[in-house]
Write a protein that binds this ligand. Structure first.
Ligand code: ADP
Ligand code: MG
Length: 688
């Protein structure tokens, strides 16, 4: 069957369909109803109140009347049942409608109700002739309501038309099944044909839900199948160099590191050790809340590479963070007599050339930098391990490009977005995951409070006391692209105000528009304790570590997302002092704004906050669909339908394990569907 076989398909309508990508009848089948309405829900006229939800009334035609002038003519029909009367009004097409109403005959009307004058009325209801009030057997199914859009309305494609077309398609085509029989059985899913039928023509709402399950499973299954496939390709292609911890690693942990590792850090390190010695390329994610101590784990892993005469690279999303890692590494690595270099985008040509020579020649053991490390011009002598910090700031593509780099380096990615483990395992299913749940000992939970403008002078008094006690503080302003200029002005004014209020303190302003070395200079002075109050926009959000900073005031706090607030707050509470986070919202708070601030006050637990944020924003926004490599699922929701996603994952991974190229006869249909699907994803993932 072709699209052109559809009844009532004018040129205009065809164009409208094509402009939304519907070029084949099956595309119409995948147009899933937004909701269903129940025409069998018949209401006595007297009980009606205004409603946007369409309802049905059944009555006898009492009168018809055309009124108005020329172009503005309209048809008014009075319908009466045992309880009262209602007016139906038609503007467009009244000449046609007048033929549908004969005084004394029964009709049913279906539409939303509004009050006009003393009549309850319906404008342009759907009209059906019926023999008697009991003759509504035709209404015992749910009526699908399809999503509408401007193309459809331009092409005069009504819901009724769509419904008719889909009926026609369902009657004249057989949709092949491509999911394995065993999966359908195991999870009690409809086959594809049945599922289309039940989603477009359900007899009850349970059937519609079950049909939807099938489509959710289907898309999760294909996604997981592609993840499994990507992983299997990688394993095939990429033998990993066997790396074993040696003297440097031992010396670092036993002699240099000034503290005991937490259990989470120990576990992560032992996972990494196993991976590096396994002979296949490591591809591991370390998940740990802000302040959990991921950097030390990264350093340990890098030393394992150097112990085997290979190089290591550590990549951070911002220059400030790269610089900070560089300082940390300097502190720990210098005593080991190793060479390390900082590589960022803003460096002078001569310096840069010098660094690149060092990297290529192999005299540089560790390179710390921004994404400048990724660039093709950077050639490593023998890169054994690459670490990507704050991986959500980078794309999956970059992650995979790193894996495919010349020497097939092992890869460690680190993230402070603590998503629930089960969810992480399904969406990052091509990665192995270690989680650091515990915090280093001796930390005091940060105290968080919401304060209003009225209390500002009290807050400043408190700030004054603390700074006099040698504390340092952050004052954070939002900066969003849309209102950048305004926001910057806001931060600058806040800065001036603080300077006037505290003339004796050393205060500085930091924002993203500053030159890199200017930013770096300020940050260094803050780290060194020379600056006491750092006023900034969100550039400090990621990873910066100043243990002596124990106060954070967040202005316009309601404008930040929940996870972002948590990330910001993670900049304090890093030392042994009691830390305070003060949220200063604007006067008018939205419901979700109030919820976010309350959540911040209620908990310090990154996992709990992530879970709430995930619910609030939906997975696409939360994870950044593009970055995370997660497709936009059309039917399923990775949070709500977590269980189904897990099942689909297990099934898909089992299939790739036993039949990686889908050669078996029972996977013939699956292969046909999967190949084009995979091609697209593989390209995106950089393994195409
Ligand atoms: P994040 O996981 O957010 O990247 P960092 O690696 O920056 O955290 O560590 C935060 C702070 O905790 C650093 O000052 C670090 O030196 C310190 N730290 C890390 N591990 C421990 C530990 N086991 N015991 C005490 N302090 C630690
Ligand atoms: Mg970090």
């Amino acid at each position: 069957m072709k699209l052109l076989d559809l009844q009532n398909l004018s040129e205009k309508r065809l164009k409208a369909l094509q402009s939304v990508g519907i070029t084949h009848p099956e595309n119409l089948l995948t147009l899933i109803p937004r909701r269903y309405i129940d025409k069998s829900n018949i209401k006595p006229i007297r009980t009606l109140s205004e409603t946007t939800e369409p309802i049905t009334v059944v009555g006898r035609v009492k009168s018809t009347n055309v009124s108005g002038y020329k172009q503005k003519k309209r048809l008014e029909v009075i319908i009466q049942d045992e309880t009262g009367s209602l007016k139906a009004v038609f503007f467009k097409g009244w000449k046609y409608y007048i033929t549908q109403f004969n005084v004394g005959e029964w009709v049913s009307l279906f539409g939303p109700v509004k009050r006009y004058g003393h009549y309850m009325s319906m404008a342009h209801p759907e009209v059906d002739k019926v023999k008697s009030p009991d003759d509504v057997t035709q209404y015992d199914t749910l009526i699908p309501i399809y999503p509408s859009n401007k193309h459809f309305s331009k092409g005069y494609i009504s819901n009724q038309l769509l419904k008719g077309w889909i009926e026609q398609i369902l009657e004249s085509t057989t949709v092949p099944e491509f999911l394995p029989e065993s999966s359908l059985k195991r999870h009690n899913l409809y086959n594809r044909q049945e599922a289309f039928r039940k989603i477009h023509q359900p007899e009850n709402s349970k059937q519609a839900t079950t049909a939807l399950e099938r489509f959710k499973y289907e898309e999760f299954f294909l996604f997981e199948l592609s993840m499994a496939k990507i992983k299997s390709i990688r394993i095939e292609r990429t033998e990993g160099t066997v790396l074993k911890a040696g003297d440097l690693t031992k010396k670092f942990f036993n002699e240099i590191l000034p503290f005991e590792l937490t259990d989470g850090q120990k576990h992560s390190l032992s996972d990494i050790k196993t991976d590096l010695a396994s002979g296949t390329q490591m591809n591991r994610l370390i998940q740990g809340d802000v302040g959990a101590g991921k950097t030390v784990v990264a350093i340990g892993a890098m030393l394992m590479a150097i112990d085997n005469s290979m190089q290591a690279a550590l990549m951070a999303p911002t220059e400030i963070l790269a610089e900070q890692h560089y300082q940390t590494i300097k502190q720990y690595i210098e005593p080991l007599g190793l060479n390390f270099r900082l590589l960022t985008g803003g460096q002078k040509t001569a310096l840069r050339r010098d660094i690149l020579t060092d990297i290529e020649g192999g005299s540089c053991d560790i390179v710390v930098g921004t994404h400048a490390i990724f660039q093709e011009k950077v050639t490593f002598h023998k890169l054994g391990l690459a670490v990507i910090d704050e991986q959500h700031r980078f794309g999956v593509k970059q992650r995979n490009e790193m894996l495919m780099k010349g020497s097939n380096p092992h890869l460690l990615v680190m993230s402070a977005t603590p998503i629930p483990r089960s969810l992480a395992m399904t969406i990052y299913s091509d990665l192995d995951i270690s989680i650091i749940k515990d915090m280093p000992a001796g930390r005091k939970p940060i105290k968080t409070a919401v304060r209003t403008e009225k209390e500002r002078s009290k807050i400043y008094d408190f700030l004054e006391q603390s700074i006099k006690n040698e504390d340092q503080a952050y004052v954070v302003f939002p900066l969003i692209e849309e209102s950048e200029a305004m926001d910057l002005k806001d931060a600058t004014m806040g800065f001036e105000k603080l300077k006037r209020r505290f003339p004796e303190f050393r205060i500085a302003l930091l924002h993203g528009k500053m030159k890199p070395d200017e930013k770096e200079g300020i940050m260094k002075r803050f780290v060194a304790g020379e600056i006491q109050i750092l006023v900034s926009t969100t550039v400090i959000e990621v990873g910066v570590d100043v243990p002596n900073a124990s106060i954070m005031i967040i202005e316009h706090a309601e404008r930040f997302g929940l996870s972002q607030l948590h990330q910001l707050r993670g900049r304090i509470g890093r030392g042994s002092k009691q830390s305070y986070c003060i949220l200063m919202p604007d006067v008018k708070l939205s419901k979700s704004g109030r919820f976010r601030l309350k959540k911040m006050v209620d908990t310090n637990d990154g996992f709990e906050i992530a879970e709430a944020d995930l619910k609030l924003r939906g997975p696409g926004d939360f994870l950044g669909t593009k970055q995370s490599g997660l497709p936009e699922f059309k039917f399923g929701d990775i949070v709500e339908d977590r269980l189904l996603l897990e099942q689909a994952k297990n099934d898909a991974w089992n299939i790739i394990k036993t039949d990686p190229d889908l050669e078996k006869s029972e996977h013939k249909e699956l292969k046909k569907v999967f190949e084009p699907y995979f091609k697209e994803r593989a390209e995106f993932f950089g393994v195409g």
